[in-house]
Design a protein around this ligand. Structure first.
Ligand SMILES: NC(=O)c1ccc[n+]([C@@H]2O[C@H](COP(=O)([O-])OP(=O)(O)OC[C@H]3O[C@@H](n4cnc5c(N)ncnc54)[C@H](OP(=O)(O)O)[C@@H]3O)[C@@H](O)[C@H]2O)c1
Length: 298
């Protein structure tokens, strides 16, 4: 089998930029843990870090970047606009840049298509929605504070609304969505691709206490290859054509998740993982005052 160099793989975006295929996730990485995880990841060779204002850890992520000694320009840094900042996009990016201690981010994502009222976040604005937010995000590109803009948790219905609006001049570079063997979302991935939008896979391992770690198909392929179940799941994601954002605050796992070079999955192994029948979703929309998923993201 051909030896592969998966960790230096990148995906070309519709802006011409290249996003590193493997990024360290930082959701639920607690204070005191995330700086070390970011530092360990960058030292292990990761060149892509995924954070968000909502994770409350941008400051520590920035500290981890500086502690690693890796030059800023070698790192792809993504952060996200929080739901109750939709009417304050310029202030939101300035706050994130200040938290992170950087002059720009490589990718700024609208975290959810949910414009929550700042005064009462249990409600959405009645005079503003994600199309208005995107209009404001588009203005950031010329400021140099963001290199690329994109969206997250956008189902086909909301993407169509956005792309068909006359104010939409920039097609999102990325749609960051939940993607793992039990939520492969073929329709949404195909729709993204048809519009030139890169799919980036969040919760690629199935998140905390992932049932995938006990899945017999995955365990059997991992055993055959002398690899961990997590490595098999991540390589499967890369072979499906999306970037993967595994989170860990455990240094040995951070390193192991990046040990993806020099081995490969056969087409048959990929097909076996594709055929895993179990379905679960980590992130729903029950906690939001608006519907975000319509069953067209499957
Ligand atoms: N855009 C969005 O709305 C959105 C939503 C969800 C996630 N995300 C992004 O995607 C990232 C990843 O998703 P996620 O955090 O939900 O979950 P994930 O990366 O699928 O799984 C993380 C869990 O797996 C464990 N783990 C990681 N590597 C392991 C290994 N080699 N062996 C055993 N266990 C391992 C981690 O434990 P330890 O940390 O304890 O080692 C953690 O409990 C997030 O951190 C975030 O950056 C974005």
């Amino acid at each position: 089998m051909a030896s592969t160099k998966n960790t230096s793989k990148t995906f070309k975006l519709n802006t011409g930029a290249s996003i590193p295929a493997i990024g360290l996730g930082t959701w639920q990485s607690k204070p005191g843990e995330v700086e070390k995880a970011v530092e360990a990841a960058l030292r292990a060779g990761y060149r892509h870090i995924d954070t968000a204002y909502a994770y409350g850890n941008e400051k520590e992520v920035g500290q981890g970047i500086r502690a690693s000694g890796v030059p800023r320009e070698e790192i792809w840094l993504t952060t996200k606009l929080d739901n109750d900042w939709h009417k304050k996009v310029p202030e939101a990016i300035d706050t994130s840049l200040k938290n992170l201690g950087v002059d720009y981010v490589d990718l700024y994502l609208m975290h959810w298509p949910a414009s929550l009222d700042r005064e009462n976040p249990s409600k959405v604005y009645d005079d503003w929605d994600f199309v208005d937010t995107w209009r404001e995000m588009q203005k950031l590109v010329d400021t140099g504070k963001v290199k690329n803009i994109g969206v997250s948790n956008f189902a086909i219905k909301n993407l169509e609304k956005l792309l068909n609006d006359p104010s939409c001049k920039i097609v999102p570079a990325v749609n960051q969505i939940e993607l793992h063997p039990s939520n492969p979302s073929p329709k949404l991935v195909a729709y993204n691709a048809s519009k030139g939008i890169h799919s980036s896979g969040y919760s690629p391992l199935g998140s905390s206490d992932s049932p995938l770690y006990k899945n017999e198909t995955i365990l059997s392929i991992a055993k055959d290859k002398g690899r961990t179940p997590q490595q098999v799941i991540l390589l499967w994601g890369l072979k499906k054509g999306w970037s993967v954002l595994p989170k860990s605050v455990t240094e040995s796992r951070v390193k192991a998740n990046f040990d993806l070079d020099g081995w490969d999955l056969t087409d048959e192994e990929v097909a076996k993982i594709n055929a895993i029948p179990d379905r679960f979703k980590v992130c729903g929309d029950d906690w939001l005052p608006c519907q975000v998923f319509f069953g067209d993201d499957e």
